[in-house]
Design a protein around this ligand. Structure first.
Ligand code: BZD
Length: 825
């Protein structure tokens, strides 16, 4: 046989015997152990590789078909992909679940034990990274040619532990037990330059040109991951880059004699992909962060242009073949990088290159907090990427010239719109660069996109009204319903068939069943079983006891003042205060389990204080025998995707209580809805759309609206006025200030109390009473168990809009103009 006559792909036998044979082969030949001596980790690794093999046919045929058809693709550029565990998803996508269960059982192996052995890749901070993971899942399922590009951090988001209730971070060495899902390709490493200078030279025709002479460089090694679509869809690729020292470093080791110095240089290079930055709202302007951004973006563009595209591809046609979606501003340095490649390396004219470049990018913004928008000091950018800085300056010069024509007498406006900020230091505004270069700019929920147009990027929206669009976020129903809530999935499928898994609008078919008593009974039973499952996990994982016969009231998200975990805490403290003073009889309180999950950025002092306070209040309440079985605060450490998968299906009440106008979208809110929780929330982010869809009567709305917030702030906000006039609020704050939760030490939580009284940037005190009133409505509604279930069913039935498949369709129609392509058989 020759390479041409060899069948391209060996397929695997989808039978129990076939699977068992493959699995044992992996165990023996891959792990080098036999079954009797295999550890759980051996079995997990063998299992993962076996499942991977079953997806291989589809992966290879996807690649083959893409090479042949050259269909337009999406390159999703994201510094974060928060994937979560892979095994279950791969089993689902390969349709192997039943076979595997039976096969493993025949060998006396417990699948659940292997599942637990997987360490989740935590390569993201929160919503933005998880969104990227949902999107690539949907793209594969929908047969859309796409590739994800990002960074293979050696350490993902830190592992959170609590010591005396205070957050202590531990490194997340997720690779320590092996990483069976990745395919490293060191032979395909690409070189990325940094630093150095720009020089002038004459080309062969005597034309004066400029080029970059980097001062140092590193290698980017690609690691490929399969992104399997559900139910025979494509298997797309996620390509994450890992930094290595170049051969030059190695040779130095050999030649220089200064071994220690050469090793130091190597370590320096490898630092670039060492760790994920855990700050998700206040960019620190750290040099290493910019190195990471440029590193993965330069690798990705080079990879796409030199490897993915055919050698004879005419780059003038690039916009017909690719769109680079910029997941926030983190990859925006890709814009000057593509210009540099076209102008400096391919020898194009500037205008020619700009005409192509500006058709290749689109930008998604995920925030409204001004302090969260990235700006890079010119000094730093110029030192690390001198040629890119020149290119950015030229892009800006031409843009400002264009503006001066459009607005001849409005120099103020022109300066406002400059990509280069002059104050407090001269710096590059990455969001502006992305807006100037992108074909489209989108926010992530209706309200957010509106505020982007009206506030954050208002000048740009006035100049380019058609550039701005909205794509409301979504979540993948595969991971967040089908896999994480098997009980509910089974019930839904029984009622309406299984088409909902890839067409979530079909959930509408459940609406009539909200009025069916038997359906409600079964729905309630499933929710109860999910609570029991969670209780088991919390007992085992965190030594926390919770009572499934209570209302599960859940707030899980990063810890941020704008998200207002303190508002929820004030509600809890107020309840506790009233019980201890006898104002409320414990028998009159709806039994509740208040669950929190939240990581604070390690440098965010106030957020860490708030974590300390939640735990302190929790300790007091949980230790009070009078409250046992009735009120409990559960704050498991290290909230992550894996925990979300058991927490969310168990929730009765979803807390989405950010200050209106601050949460861009939220995606947890969608996951809760789809798992039959009711929402208590403000008119913020995607809550707005959730409420519109589910109906006012099935949503606990409270709080100031965004225009009201703007008005209050405009008038001058004085939080202490609320403290003075609201007795319940005062009692709650006084109780915290008294040291009741800190062993009598009044100093411990003083910073939180005084911040709330004197500053309260996110108007927690202003919304306190409205929130407490809404919680009273929750209690009243929950008292009618059966009617609560009816509303929960309606939440599921009306949640189909929040599938990330729908988000992908919107991106395709409004931004990408790409088309589905089924892999070849
Ligand atoms: O993005 C979040 C927003 O806060 C949510 O409202 C929104 O739903 C999701 C998805 O669009 N933003 C983040 O998660 N941001 C980050 O994680 C982040 C990370 C690094 C640097 C800056 C922000």
């Amino acid at each position: 046989m020759t390479a041409e006559t060899t069948p391209p792909i060996a397929t695997r036998e989808h039978t129990v015997e076939g699977f068992v044979r493959e699995f044992l082969r992996e165990l023996n030949f891959g792990q080098g152990v036999d079954l009797t001596r295999a550890s759980v980790n051996d079995k997990y690794l063998a299992m993962a590789r076996t499942v991977r093999h079953y997806l291989m046919t589809r992966w290879l045929s996807t690649l083959r078909s893409q090479a042949k058809l050259q269909a337009k693709s999406v390159a999703y550029l994201s510094a974060e992909f928060l994937l979560g565990r892979q095994l279950d998803n791969a089993l689902l996508a390969s349709g192997l679940e039943d076979i595997v269960k039976e096969g493993l059982a025949s060998l006396g192996i417990d699948l659940e034990e292997l599942r637990q052995a997987e360490i989740e890749p935590g390569l993201g901070n929160g919503g933005l990274g998880r969104l990227a993971a949902c999107f690539i899942d949907s793209l594969a399922t929908m047969n859309v040619p796409s590739i994800g590009y990002g960074i293979r951090y050696e350490y993902g988001i830190f592992k959170q532990t609590f010591v005396d209730g205070w957050q202590v971070e531990k490194p997340d060495d997720w690779l320590r037990l092996g990483s069976p899902w990745e395919f490293p390709h060191p032979e395909a490493a690409v070189k990325v330059g940094f630093g150095g200078h720009v020089e002038q030279y004459q080309d062969d025709d005597g034309v004066v040109k400029r080029r970059w002479v980097p001062g140092w460089s590193v290698l980017g090694v690609p690691y490929n991951y399969m992104v399997p679509g559900y139910d025979a869809g494509r298997v797309n690729t996620l390509r994450l880059w890992s930094a290595r020292a170049t051969r030059a470093f190695d040779l130095e080791i050999f030649n220089s004699g200064d071994y220690a110095e050469a090793v130091r240089a190597q370590t320096f290079a490898e630092n670039i992909s060492k760790v994920l930055y855990p700050e998700d709202s206040t960019p620190q302007g750290k040099e290493l962060r910019l190195q990471q951004q440029y590193f993965f973006v330069a690798c990705s563009i080079k990879d796409f242009v030199d490897q993915v595209l055919p050698a004879d591809f005419d780059l003038h046609k690039l916009p017909d073949r690719i769109v680079f979606q910029l997941n926030d501003t983190h990859p925006v340095i890709a814009v000057p990088e593509l210009m540099r490649v076209l102008v400096d390396e391919k020898g194009w004219e500037w205008d020619e290159a700009w005409a192509v470049t500006k058709q290749c990018f689109a930008y998604t913004c995920h925030t409204l907090l001004p302090e969260a928008l990235e700006v890079w000091p010119v000094e730093l950018l110029g030192r690390l990427l001198p040629r890119h800085l020149e290119i950015i300056y030229r892009i800006n010069d031409e843009f400002l010239a264009e503006l001066r024509v459009a607005y001849p007498n409005d120099e103020l406006r022109v300066r406002r719109m400059s990509i280069i900020a002059e104050y407090p230091v001269r710096a590059v505004r990455m969001a502006y660069l992305a807006t100037v270069a992108g074909t489209k700019v989108n926010g992530v929920a209706e309200l957010h996109s509106q505020l982007l147009r009206d506030k954050v990027l208002d000048d740009f929206a006035a100049y380019w009204p058609d550039k701005f669009t909205n794509v409301t976020n979504g979540v993948t129903p595969r991971r967040f319903v089908k896999l994480s809530n098997p009980g509910l999935s089974g019930l839904i499928t029984e009622a309406i068939g299984d088409g909902w898994v890839t067409d979530l609008d079909q959930l509408k078919g459940l609406e009539p069943l909200a009025d069916d008593a038997e359906f409600r009974r079964r729905f309630r039973e499933i929710k109860y079983a999910n609570k029991q499952r969670l209780a088991g996990v919390l007992a085992e994982r965190d030594n926390i006891v919770v009572n499934p016969d209570t209302l599960f009231d859940v707030m899980v998200k990063r810890l941020h003042e704008y998200k207002r975990q303190t508002l929820k805490l004030l509600h809890i403290v107020s309840l506790y205060e009233k019980i201890t003073t006898g104002e409320l009889a414990i028998g009159d309180v709806t039994p509740r389990t208040f669950a929190f999950g939240a990581k604070a950025a390690p440098g965010y002092v106030m957020a860490k204080q708030i974590i300390g306070l939640i735990n302190a209040v929790g300790r007091t309440i949980n230790d009070d025998p009078a409250l046992e079985g009735r009120l409990r605060v559960a704050f498991p450490a290290n909230y992550n995707v894996t925990l979300a998968e058991t927490l969310i299906p168990a929730a009765d009440l979803s807390e989405q209580i950010s200050l209106a106008g601050k949460e861009a979208s939220g995606t947890g809110n969608m996951k809760f809805m789809l798992n039959g929780a009711l929402t208590i929330g403000t008119d913020d982010g995607a809550n707005v759309e959730i409420r519109q869809l589910v109906g006012d009567e099935n949503f606990f709305l409270f709080g100031l609206t965004e225009p009201q917030v703007a008005e209050v702030v405009e008038r001058g906000y004085h939080p202490s006025a609320y403290y003075e006039t609201n007795l319940d609020l005062r009692n709650a704050l006084d109780l915290i200030a008294s040291g009741a939760f800190s062993g009598g030490d009044r100093a411990v939580f003083e910073p939180i109390v005084s911040n709330l009284l004197n500053e309260d940037r996110f108007l927690a005190l202003a919304d306190f009473q409205a929130y407490v009133d809404a919680q009273a409505r929750v209690d009243a509604a929950y008292a009618d168990t059966d009617d609560w279930t009816r509303r929960a069913v309606l939440n599921v039935a009306r949640g189909g809009f929040f599938s990330s498949d729908r988000s992908m369709r919107d991106y395709i129609e409004r931004i990408w103009h790409t088309y589905p392509v089924a892999p070849e058989a």
